[in-house]
Design a protein around this ligand. Structure first.
Ligand code: TXE
Length: 486
């Protein structure tokens, strides 16, 4: 297999280069537990080169017309579509996610991100404010310079492109760092950008660890803008590094999202939606609804039917098209999942499905990191398993008696990223949506993502919003120009 011999390189100033220290880390395929490629273990010297390249490219790129920037980004989108199968396979091998998910979600979304922002910059309006016969103001929204983009391992190309596309569309230049666990599609994106004719230095990709690369980017005085997606603990470090330099920072962090099912819900739809929101990508999506709340009259039936449906999910080799549940991204993450399932037992929970490491699906995957979809009932709402982000294929189900009670449960965590509400009562849907403290509320659906809507979290799920207009604003600096009338 071609992937077995790949030594990934950094992408700096339009060229693929080795890390200056010559060091590499093993990159493991989660489905097999075996090293299949090597990722640069870059450090401050590489970040320095990337920042210098981005700085050098900025004057020209920021003055390039929106129409020309748009053309380049559209070419990138087209090339991602052309390489769909290659990228989907790479993403599946790198993350352990089912190839069907990479084909239908991750890679198509990556090209949509480029296409969306490539066209968005052609349709923006400029603001003007007339001061009563005294002056005329207009607002320039200018690119901010070199931006730092740091992304996690769960949706590698999807989330990295979500940052790169708006950042460079509006004329910034970027230093991007994918997760050291999932470097492959970012590496392939570098080649796509070269082929698309993106000028050298507009996008630089430095591969390596959080402490050696991510922390250097966030502390770098010439990187004034940081967009970060990852864990809450890391997000805090990013905020601490950026605060003394007054950087503009957007943080998209963890979640412990409620999935609320009222007794008047369309049960078939609620079950189908809950299976996805609980276990998509082995539960490793920050938007997964890991806390399911079901109104008492429906509780027993929901648990029975939901468990039956989940037990039918096809667990298997991520590279097989029929697989619906693949591998967990890393050994460490697998240990974390196991820790929380053990903790759930200690906290008095009943494991009604899963709960123990699954048998490998085939010989190739003998040493892979597999854990089955796990359903836990009988836990108090306030226990650790119901408050801390697990980020794996584990959900709890809890009954509730009233709207007021479930709103209290939903809000009683440190996180506030997203929520789902299943009900056929429109007034209730609006009422509950208004009272839930999450950045997104889905009514009778999950993960419907219109790229125009504001996206982000409340409380410890993050600071700021991206998506659509919000992203264009985040990556630009507004400047008011005031012209006196006389
Ligand atoms: O994330 P990290 P990890 C959650 C999930 C998971 C936990 C830890 O609960 O178990 O976070 O996962 C880079 N300065 N989410 O360790 O460390 C790192 O190299 C700057 C939720 O993978 O936050 C990677 O590129 N950057 C999440 C990125 O930050 C640093 C998705 C995210 O890694 C850094 C993934 C530092 N000091 C995990 N340290 C979501 N909400 O989508 C690390 N990084």
């Amino acid at each position: 297999m071609q992937e077995e011999t790949v030594q990934i390189q950094n992408f700096i100033d339009g060229h693929f280069v080795r890390p200056t220290n010559g060091r590499y880390l093993d990159n493991i395929e989660p489905a097999t537990g075996k090293t299949y490629s090597q990722v640069p273990d870059s450090d401050a010297a590489d970040v320095e080169l990337a920042v210098a390249a981005a700085e050098k490219a900025f004057p020209l790129w920021s003055r390039t017309t929106a129409a020309e920037r748009s053309r380049v980004l559209l070419r990138i989108a087209d090339l991602i579509d052309r390489d769909l199968e290659k990228l989907a396979r790479a993403e599946s091998i790198d993350t352990g996610k089912p190839i069907s998910l990479a084909r239908s979600l991750d890679i198509p979304r990556a090209s949509s991100n480029f296409r969306f922002f490539a066209t968005a910059i052609l349709h923006t309006e400029n603001e003007a404010h007339v001061t009563d016969g005294v002056a005329f103001n207009y607002t320039l929204r200018q690119p901010r310079g070199v931006v730092g983009l740091i992304s996690p391992w769960n949706l590698p190309l999807y989330l990295l492109s979500w940052k790169i596309a708006p950042a460079i569309a509006v004329g910034n230049t970027a230093v991007a760092k994918p997760s050291e666990l999932t470097p492959m599609t970012a590496y392939l994106l570098g080649a796509i950008c070269q082929e698309a004719g993106l000028p050298n230095g507009v996008l630089n990709i430095v591969q390596g660890t959080g402490p050696n690369v991510g922390a250097v980017i966030t502390a770098h005085p010439k990187v004034g803008t940081i967009s970060f997606t990852g864990g809450t603990v890391t997000g805090r470090k990013v905020a601490e590094a950026g605060a003394p330099l007054f950087k503009k920072i957007s943080l998209e962090l963890g979640g412990k999202n409620p999935n609320i099912i009222f007794a008047d819900a369309d049960l078939d739809a609620a079950i189908a939606g809950s299976v996805r929101s609980s276990f998509a990508n082995q539960g490793q999506v920050c938007l997964c609804g890991s806390r399911v709340f079901v109104e008492r009259p429906l509780y027993d039936e929901f648990v029975r039917r939901f468990t039956a449906r989940v037990s039918q999910l096809e667990q298997g080799d991520p590279l097989e098209s029929a697989t619906e549940q693949g591998a967990i991204v890393s050994k460490m993450q697998l240990e974390k999942v196991k820790f929380y399932v053990d903790l759930a037992r200690e906290e008095g929970g009943d494991v009604v499905l899963g709960g123990f490491r699954s048998a490998p699906p085939n010989e190739r995957c003998r040493d892979g990191y597999f854990f089955p979809p796990t359903i836990i009932t009988g836990l108090p709402v306030s226990c650790r398993v119901n408050r801390e982000e697990i980020f794996g294929p584990v959900v709890t189900i809890t009954p509730f008696e009233s709207e007021e009670e479930v709103i209290r449960y939903a809000n009683d965590v440190d996180y506030g990223l997203s929520s789902s509400v299943w009900t056929q009562n429109l007034s209730r849907a609006h009422r509950v949506a208004e009272q839930i403290h999450t950045g997104t509320v889905w009514i009778n659906c999950w993960l419907v993502r219109d790229l125009r809507v504001p996206f982000g979290g409340m409380k410890q799920s993050g600071v700021g919003r991206e998506g659509g207009e919000e992203a264009l604003r985040f990556f630009t600096e507004p400047k008011n120009v005031c012209i006196a009338k006389a």
